[in-house]
Ligand binder design. Structure first.
Ligand SMILES: NC(=O)c1ccc[n+]([C@@H]2O[C@H](COP(=O)([O-])OP(=O)(O)OC[C@H]3O[C@@H](n4cnc5c(N)ncnc54)[C@H](OP(=O)(O)O)[C@@H]3O)[C@@H](O)[C@H]2O)c1
Length: 261
């Protein structure tokens, strides 16, 4: 399956920086109209001006996606304006690095609210209309951290395991509906992620680091090809898939070693 998204409307979360900007640019290049969502208005307005020059329609919706009411208001206001979302890119997310036992709970709770709850809720909010129209694409952003327990990122990696398992199951549930779900698992990507997570990149992370435009391109290509999942970069794919052969206890130890500075 290779579906053009030209003229479709894509909603990209986390579109004020990093991978979200790269997803928005990639989709706009393919002729997609866009709804940009994140908390910071100014960078999204700047991106919107850039993308409008490509001839696509761009809506900007500053929203705190950790807030359930704000998510509902976002979906309801788009529906009221007749903006039908054909493509949902659930990209907004962040990680918290450090020993779980001593990490500030409010940061962990905010992370789970965004990475797990908001992603699930947005999917639930936009899926019914996609199914009714008989067309839709959902692109979920997981991580290579999803493939094994990861000391230092214990809760973040588990949250991304949720995204991975949820998305593959959902794609099977959606068979025959005209709606598909693709999950992209990036490895280390050059964005604001590490500044937010508080981790200094290790030798391994520096070695495997990719640029956001390449990661976004692979994610969009996988979605267009109707694939249910993809890991970006050969080294990332090799590690993500080989770790499945190890007992969990051992793969957790290897991941912990790779996270060490
Ligand atoms: N970079 C990596 O190495 C890497 C690797 C694997 C997976 N990922 C995943 O890739 C996705 C994108 O992250 P990134 O690397 O691009 O990091 P980033 O540069 O820090 O971007 C994160 C985006 O999420 C938005 N965001 C954060 N909290 C939000 C909230 N409460 N409501 C709405 N938007 C919110 C941020 O915008 P505002 O602050 O303006 O709200 C920003 O646009 C995340 O899901 C991350 O887990 C990243």
């Amino acid at each position: 399956m290779n579906t053009s998204l030209e003229g479709r409307m894509a909603l990209v979360t986390g579109a004020s920086g990093g991978l979200g900007v790269a997803f928005a640019r990639e989709l706009a290049r393919g002729g997609c109209h866009l709804v940009l969502v994140a908390r910071s208005d100014a960078p999204m307005q700047q991106l919107a001006s850039e993308l409008r020059s490509l001839g696509v329609v761009v809506h900007v919706r500053p929203t705190d996606l950790a807030d359930a009411t704000a998510r509902q208001t976002l979906a309801a206001s788009l529906a009221a304006e007749g903006v039908a979302v054909d493509v949902l890119v659930n990209n907004a997310g962040f990680g918290v690095f450090g020993a779980f036992a001593t990490t500030d709970w409010s940061r962990l709770e905010a992370m789970l609210a965004l990475d797990v709850v908001a992603l699930s809720h947005l999917t639930r909010l936009f899926l019914p209309a996609m199914r009714e129209r008989g067309f839709g694409r959902v692109l979920q952003v997981a991580s290579t951290a999803a493939f094994q327990p990861t000391p230092g990122y214990a809760a973040y990696a588990a949250a991304k395991s949720y995204v991975l398992a949820f998305s593959h199951a959902l794609d099977v549930e959606l068979r025959g509906s005209g709606v598909r779900c693709t999950v992209v698992s990036p490895g280390v990507t050059d964005t604001g992620f590490f500044e937010v997570s508080g981790q200094r990149a290790t030798w391994y992370q520096q070695w495997t680091r990719m640029q956001a435009p390449a990661v976004a391109r692979r994610g969009v290509e996988a979605m267009l090809a109707g694939r249910s999942g993809t890991v970006t970069g050969w080294a990332n794919a090799l590690l993500a898939h080989s770790t499945r052969l190890l007992p969990r206890r051992l793969s957790a130890r290897v991941a912990g070693w790779l996270m060490r500075n």
